[in-house]
Design a protein around this ligand. Sequence first.
Ligand SMILES: Cc1cc2nc3c(=O)[nH]c(=O)nc-3n(C[C@H](O)[C@H](O)[C@H](O)COP(=O)(O)OP(=O)(O)OC[C@H]3O[C@@H](n4cnc5c(N)ncnc54)[C@H](O)[C@@H]3O)c2cc1C
Length: 283
Amino acid sequence: MVGNVLTAGALLAYGTPEKCADELPNILSGGRVWCQLFSEPDAGSDLASLTTRAEPDGDRWIVNGQKVWCSNGRVADRAILLARTVPGATPHRGISFFLVDTSSAGVEMWPLRQMNGGTEFDEVFLNNVELPSNALLGPAGMGWTVAMSALTNERGYIGAAGIAFQRRLDAMLTQGGELDALGRQRVADLWIRGSSLKVMGERQGPVASVLASIAKLGTTELMFDTAAARVESAGADALLAGPEAAGLLSAPGARIAGGTSQIQRNIIGERILGLPKEPKPTK
Ligand SMILES: Cc1cc2nc3c(=O)[nH]c(=O)nc-3n(C[C@H](O)[C@H](O)[C@H](O)COP(=O)(O)OP(=O)(O)OC[C@H]3O[C@@H](n4cnc5c(N)ncnc54)[C@H](O)[C@@H]3O)c2cc1C
Protein backbone atom coordinates (compact mmCIF):
# COMPACT_ATOMS: atom_id res chain seq x y z
CA MET A 1 0.00 0.00 0.00
CA VAL A 2 2.74 2.53 0.90
CA GLY A 3 4.44 1.99 -2.46
CA ASN A 4 1.46 1.72 -4.80
CA VAL A 5 -0.95 4.09 -3.11
CA LEU A 6 0.97 6.71 -1.12
CA THR A 7 4.32 6.92 -2.91
CA ALA A 8 3.20 6.34 -6.49
CA GLY A 9 0.33 8.82 -6.05
CA ALA A 10 2.71 11.44 -4.63
CA LEU A 11 5.28 10.80 -7.39
CA LEU A 12 2.67 11.17 -10.13
CA ALA A 13 1.53 14.47 -8.63
CA TYR A 14 4.87 15.98 -7.57
CA GLY A 15 7.79 13.89 -8.96
CA THR A 16 10.23 14.93 -11.66
CA PRO A 17 10.16 12.77 -14.84
CA GLU A 18 13.57 11.31 -13.82
CA LYS A 19 12.37 10.38 -10.32
CA CYS A 20 9.18 8.81 -11.71
CA ALA A 21 11.18 6.82 -14.28
CA ASP A 22 13.49 5.52 -11.53
CA GLU A 23 10.87 4.60 -8.92
CA LEU A 24 7.50 3.87 -10.57
CA PRO A 25 8.49 0.69 -12.49
CA ASN A 26 10.02 -0.75 -9.29
CA ILE A 27 6.88 0.08 -7.33
CA LEU A 28 4.64 -1.57 -9.92
CA SER A 29 6.78 -4.71 -10.11
CA GLY A 30 7.15 -4.92 -6.32
CA GLY A 31 10.91 -4.77 -6.83
CA ARG A 32 11.21 -2.12 -4.10
CA VAL A 33 9.09 -2.28 -0.95
CA TRP A 34 8.18 1.03 0.69
CA CYS A 35 7.41 2.08 4.26
CA GLN A 36 6.04 5.29 5.78
CA LEU A 37 8.03 7.43 8.26
CA PHE A 38 5.42 9.98 9.35
CA SER A 39 4.35 9.29 12.98
CA GLU A 40 6.57 10.23 15.93
CA PRO A 41 6.28 9.55 19.67
CA ASP A 42 4.71 13.04 20.09
CA ALA A 43 3.16 13.46 16.64
CA GLY A 44 0.38 11.09 15.56
CA SER A 45 -3.04 12.66 15.02
CA ASP A 46 -1.32 16.02 15.39
CA LEU A 47 1.21 15.16 12.68
CA ALA A 48 2.14 18.80 12.07
CA SER A 49 3.90 18.88 15.45
CA LEU A 50 6.60 16.48 14.20
CA THR A 51 10.16 17.37 15.21
CA THR A 52 12.45 15.21 13.00
CA ARG A 53 14.77 17.69 11.28
CA ALA A 54 16.37 17.71 7.82
CA GLU A 55 19.08 20.37 7.54
CA PRO A 56 20.60 21.48 4.23
CA ASP A 57 24.35 20.84 3.98
CA GLY A 58 25.79 21.76 0.56
CA ASP A 59 24.02 19.57 -1.99
CA ARG A 60 22.60 17.14 0.59
CA TRP A 61 20.29 17.00 3.60
CA ILE A 62 21.21 15.68 7.05
CA VAL A 63 18.32 14.07 8.92
CA ASN A 64 18.00 13.52 12.68
CA GLY A 65 14.98 12.35 14.67
CA GLN A 66 12.80 9.45 15.75
CA LYS A 67 9.78 7.86 14.05
CA VAL A 68 7.40 5.19 15.34
CA TRP A 69 4.69 2.71 14.21
CA CYS A 70 6.46 2.16 10.91
CA SER A 71 4.65 -0.83 9.32
CA ASN A 72 6.97 -3.31 7.57
CA GLY A 73 9.98 -1.03 8.08
CA ARG A 74 12.45 -3.91 8.40
CA VAL A 75 11.56 -5.36 5.00
CA ALA A 76 11.35 -2.02 3.20
CA ASP A 77 13.93 -0.80 0.67
CA ARG A 78 12.64 2.78 0.61
CA ALA A 79 10.68 5.10 2.88
CA ILE A 80 8.62 8.24 2.51
CA LEU A 81 9.68 10.63 5.24
CA LEU A 82 8.28 13.86 6.65
CA ALA A 83 10.87 16.13 8.28
CA ARG A 84 11.01 19.74 9.38
CA THR A 85 13.27 21.84 7.14
CA VAL A 86 12.28 25.36 8.18
CA PRO A 87 12.76 25.70 11.95
CA GLY A 88 10.41 28.23 13.55
CA ALA A 89 7.92 28.24 10.63
CA THR A 90 4.21 27.73 11.46
CA PRO A 91 3.75 23.97 12.03
CA HIS A 92 2.20 23.07 8.65
CA ARG A 93 4.57 25.27 6.64
CA GLY A 94 8.11 24.15 7.42
CA ILE A 95 7.74 20.42 6.62
CA SER A 96 9.28 18.69 3.59
CA PHE A 97 8.59 15.30 2.00
CA PHE A 98 11.57 13.02 1.23
CA LEU A 99 12.17 9.67 -0.45
CA VAL A 100 14.73 7.71 1.59
CA ASP A 101 16.88 4.66 0.86
CA THR A 102 16.43 2.67 4.10
CA SER A 103 19.89 1.10 3.74
CA SER A 104 21.46 4.57 4.26
CA ALA A 105 23.95 4.83 7.12
CA GLY A 106 22.27 6.08 10.32
CA VAL A 107 18.82 4.44 9.75
CA GLU A 108 18.09 2.05 12.66
CA MET A 109 14.87 0.03 12.98
CA TRP A 110 13.71 -1.80 16.11
CA PRO A 111 10.64 -4.08 16.20
CA LEU A 112 7.70 -3.31 18.51
CA ARG A 113 5.70 -6.23 20.00
CA GLN A 114 1.92 -5.94 19.52
CA MET A 115 -0.90 -7.39 21.64
CA ASN A 116 -1.78 -9.83 18.81
CA GLY A 117 1.71 -11.35 19.17
CA GLY A 118 3.07 -9.92 15.92
CA THR A 119 5.90 -7.44 15.32
CA GLU A 120 4.60 -5.66 12.26
CA PHE A 121 5.81 -2.24 13.43
CA ASP A 122 9.18 -0.64 14.03
CA GLU A 123 10.43 2.36 15.84
CA VAL A 124 12.97 4.06 13.65
CA PHE A 125 15.96 6.18 14.67
CA LEU A 126 17.53 8.55 12.15
CA ASN A 127 21.03 9.61 13.19
CA ASN A 128 22.81 11.99 10.81
CA VAL A 129 21.28 10.28 7.77
CA GLU A 130 22.61 11.86 4.56
CA LEU A 131 20.10 12.35 1.74
CA PRO A 132 20.97 13.56 -1.77
CA SER A 133 19.27 16.79 -2.90
CA ASN A 134 16.98 14.84 -5.26
CA ALA A 135 15.53 12.92 -2.28
CA LEU A 136 13.14 15.87 -1.86
CA LEU A 137 9.68 15.38 -3.41
CA GLY A 138 7.84 18.61 -4.15
CA PRO A 139 9.15 22.03 -3.07
CA ALA A 140 11.07 22.38 0.25
CA GLY A 141 8.69 23.48 3.03
CA MET A 142 5.60 22.30 1.08
CA GLY A 143 5.70 18.68 2.31
CA TRP A 144 2.42 19.09 4.18
CA THR A 145 0.54 19.50 0.90
CA VAL A 146 2.27 16.42 -0.57
CA ALA A 147 1.56 14.42 2.62
CA MET A 148 -2.12 15.38 2.74
CA SER A 149 -2.68 14.17 -0.83
CA ALA A 150 -0.88 10.90 0.06
CA LEU A 151 -2.94 10.45 3.26
CA THR A 152 -6.22 11.09 1.43
CA ASN A 153 -5.22 8.37 -1.03
CA GLU A 154 -4.44 6.09 1.93
CA ARG A 155 -7.91 6.63 3.44
CA GLY A 156 -9.53 5.95 0.09
CA TYR A 157 -7.53 2.71 -0.19
CA ILE A 158 -8.45 1.54 3.32
CA GLY A 159 -12.08 2.50 2.66
CA ALA A 160 -12.08 0.54 -0.60
CA ALA A 161 -11.24 -2.57 1.44
CA GLY A 162 -15.00 -2.58 2.08
CA ILE A 163 -15.44 -4.08 -1.39
CA ALA A 164 -13.32 -7.16 -0.54
CA PHE A 165 -14.78 -7.24 2.96
CA GLN A 166 -18.27 -7.74 1.50
CA ARG A 167 -17.22 -11.26 0.46
CA ARG A 168 -16.44 -12.13 4.07
CA LEU A 169 -19.85 -10.80 5.12
CA ASP A 170 -21.52 -12.87 2.37
CA ALA A 171 -19.77 -15.94 3.82
CA MET A 172 -21.09 -15.07 7.30
CA LEU A 173 -24.63 -14.88 5.89
CA THR A 174 -24.42 -18.48 4.71
CA GLN A 175 -23.81 -19.54 8.34
CA GLY A 176 -26.87 -17.55 9.50
CA GLY A 177 -28.97 -20.75 9.94
CA GLU A 178 -26.71 -21.88 12.81
CA LEU A 179 -27.27 -18.67 14.78
CA ASP A 180 -30.04 -17.70 17.17
CA ALA A 181 -32.41 -14.86 16.30
CA LEU A 182 -30.15 -12.19 17.88
CA GLY A 183 -27.08 -13.54 16.10
CA ARG A 184 -28.89 -13.52 12.74
CA GLN A 185 -30.03 -9.94 13.38
CA ARG A 186 -26.41 -8.92 14.14
CA VAL A 187 -25.09 -10.54 10.94
CA ALA A 188 -27.87 -8.93 8.88
CA ASP A 189 -27.01 -5.53 10.35
CA LEU A 190 -23.30 -5.96 9.49
CA TRP A 191 -24.18 -7.15 5.98
CA ILE A 192 -26.40 -4.12 5.35
CA ARG A 193 -23.67 -1.74 6.56
CA GLY A 194 -21.09 -3.54 4.40
CA SER A 195 -23.36 -3.40 1.34
CA SER A 196 -23.96 0.34 1.81
CA LEU A 197 -20.21 0.98 2.04
CA LYS A 198 -19.55 -1.13 -1.05
CA VAL A 199 -22.13 0.81 -3.07
CA MET A 200 -20.73 4.09 -1.78
CA GLY A 201 -17.19 2.99 -2.77
CA GLU A 202 -18.37 2.02 -6.25
CA ARG A 203 -20.15 5.35 -6.70
CA GLN A 204 -17.07 7.26 -5.51
CA GLY A 205 -14.75 5.41 -7.91
CA PRO A 206 -10.96 5.75 -7.75
CA VAL A 207 -10.95 9.54 -7.10
CA ALA A 208 -9.49 10.45 -3.69
CA SER A 209 -11.36 13.15 -1.78
CA VAL A 210 -12.48 14.01 1.75
CA LEU A 211 -15.28 11.46 1.14
CA ALA A 212 -12.51 8.88 1.69
CA SER A 213 -12.89 9.67 5.41
CA ILE A 214 -16.46 8.33 5.37
CA ALA A 215 -15.33 5.13 3.66
CA LYS A 216 -12.35 4.73 6.01
CA LEU A 217 -14.42 5.31 9.13
CA GLY A 218 -17.30 3.09 7.98
CA THR A 219 -15.07 0.22 6.85
CA THR A 220 -12.79 0.06 9.87
CA GLU A 221 -15.68 0.38 12.37
CA LEU A 222 -17.46 -2.40 10.47
CA MET A 223 -14.33 -4.59 10.60
CA PHE A 224 -14.10 -4.02 14.35
CA ASP A 225 -17.79 -4.89 14.95
CA THR A 226 -17.48 -7.97 12.71
CA ALA A 227 -14.44 -9.23 14.65
CA ALA A 228 -16.44 -8.81 17.91
CA ALA A 229 -19.48 -10.59 16.38
CA ARG A 230 -17.32 -13.51 15.25
CA VAL A 231 -16.01 -14.02 18.79
CA GLU A 232 -19.49 -13.75 20.30
CA SER A 233 -20.92 -16.36 17.97
CA ALA A 234 -17.91 -18.66 18.43
CA GLY A 235 -18.31 -18.68 22.25
CA ALA A 236 -16.06 -17.89 25.20
CA ASP A 237 -13.39 -20.52 24.36
CA ALA A 238 -12.68 -18.68 21.11
CA LEU A 239 -11.19 -15.83 23.16
CA LEU A 240 -8.30 -18.04 24.30
CA ALA A 241 -6.66 -18.72 20.92
CA GLY A 242 -7.42 -19.21 17.23
CA PRO A 243 -8.55 -17.04 14.33
CA GLU A 244 -11.43 -15.33 16.17
CA ALA A 245 -9.17 -14.17 19.03
CA ALA A 246 -6.43 -13.10 16.59
CA GLY A 247 -9.00 -11.10 14.61
CA LEU A 248 -10.30 -9.38 17.73
CA LEU A 249 -6.80 -8.42 18.92
CA SER A 250 -5.88 -7.01 15.50
CA ALA A 251 -9.15 -5.15 14.89
CA PRO A 252 -8.44 -1.99 16.95
CA GLY A 253 -5.35 -1.25 14.82
CA ALA A 254 -7.40 -0.53 11.71
CA ARG A 255 -9.41 2.10 13.60
CA ILE A 256 -6.14 3.91 14.44
CA ALA A 257 -3.97 3.46 11.30
CA GLY A 258 -4.32 6.06 8.55
CA GLY A 259 -5.93 8.57 10.96
CA THR A 260 -8.09 7.46 13.91
CA SER A 261 -11.87 7.15 13.82
CA GLN A 262 -12.13 10.33 15.94
CA ILE A 263 -10.00 12.25 13.44
CA GLN A 264 -12.14 10.97 10.53
CA ARG A 265 -15.23 12.20 12.41
CA ASN A 266 -13.60 15.62 12.79
CA ILE A 267 -12.88 15.74 9.03
CA ILE A 268 -16.42 14.64 8.15
CA GLY A 269 -17.92 17.18 10.58
CA GLU A 270 -15.78 20.13 9.51
CA ARG A 271 -15.09 19.56 5.82
CA ILE A 272 -18.16 17.65 4.62
CA LEU A 273 -20.96 18.74 6.97
CA GLY A 274 -19.60 22.27 7.47
CA LEU A 275 -19.83 22.13 11.28
CA PRO A 276 -17.77 24.61 13.35
CA LYS A 277 -14.08 23.76 13.67
CA GLU A 278 -12.92 22.04 16.86
CA PRO A 279 -11.46 24.43 19.47
CA LYS A 280 -7.67 24.84 19.45
CA PRO A 281 -6.74 25.32 23.12
CA THR A 282 -3.18 26.33 22.17
CA LYS A 283 -4.40 29.34 20.14
C1 LIG B 1 -1.92 -0.78 12.30
C2 LIG B 1 -1.20 0.56 12.29
C3 LIG B 1 -0.28 0.83 11.29
C4 LIG B 1 0.39 2.06 11.29
N1 LIG B 1 1.37 2.25 10.34
C5 LIG B 1 2.05 3.43 10.33
C6 LIG B 1 3.12 3.62 9.40
O1 LIG B 1 3.47 2.74 8.60
N2 LIG B 1 3.78 4.80 9.43
C7 LIG B 1 3.45 5.81 10.28
O2 LIG B 1 4.06 6.87 10.21
N3 LIG B 1 2.48 5.64 11.22
C8 LIG B 1 1.78 4.46 11.26
N4 LIG B 1 0.80 4.25 12.22
C9 LIG B 1 0.58 5.28 13.24
C10 LIG B 1 -0.75 5.99 13.09
O3 LIG B 1 -0.76 6.87 11.99
C11 LIG B 1 -1.00 6.74 14.42
O4 LIG B 1 -1.07 5.75 15.44
C12 LIG B 1 -2.27 7.53 14.39
O5 LIG B 1 -2.16 8.64 13.52
C13 LIG B 1 -2.66 8.05 15.80
O6 LIG B 1 -1.60 8.69 16.41
P1 LIG B 1 -1.14 8.31 17.91
O7 LIG B 1 -0.96 6.82 17.97
O8 LIG B 1 0.02 9.17 18.25
O9 LIG B 1 -2.39 8.65 18.82
P2 LIG B 1 -2.81 10.12 19.34
O10 LIG B 1 -2.77 11.08 18.22
O11 LIG B 1 -1.98 10.43 20.55
O12 LIG B 1 -4.31 9.88 19.75
C14 LIG B 1 -4.70 9.28 20.99
C15 LIG B 1 -6.21 9.31 21.08
O13 LIG B 1 -6.68 10.68 21.08
C16 LIG B 1 -7.62 10.89 20.02
N5 LIG B 1 -7.44 12.23 19.46
C17 LIG B 1 -6.28 12.84 19.14
N6 LIG B 1 -6.50 14.06 18.61
C18 LIG B 1 -7.84 14.22 18.57
C19 LIG B 1 -8.70 15.28 18.13
N7 LIG B 1 -8.20 16.40 17.60
N8 LIG B 1 -10.06 15.11 18.24
C20 LIG B 1 -10.58 13.97 18.77
N9 LIG B 1 -9.81 12.93 19.22
C21 LIG B 1 -8.47 13.06 19.12
C22 LIG B 1 -7.28 9.83 18.99
O14 LIG B 1 -8.41 9.53 18.16
C23 LIG B 1 -6.90 8.64 19.88
O15 LIG B 1 -8.05 7.96 20.33
C24 LIG B 1 0.13 3.04 12.27
C25 LIG B 1 -0.80 2.76 13.28
C26 LIG B 1 -1.45 1.53 13.32
C27 LIG B 1 -2.39 1.23 14.44
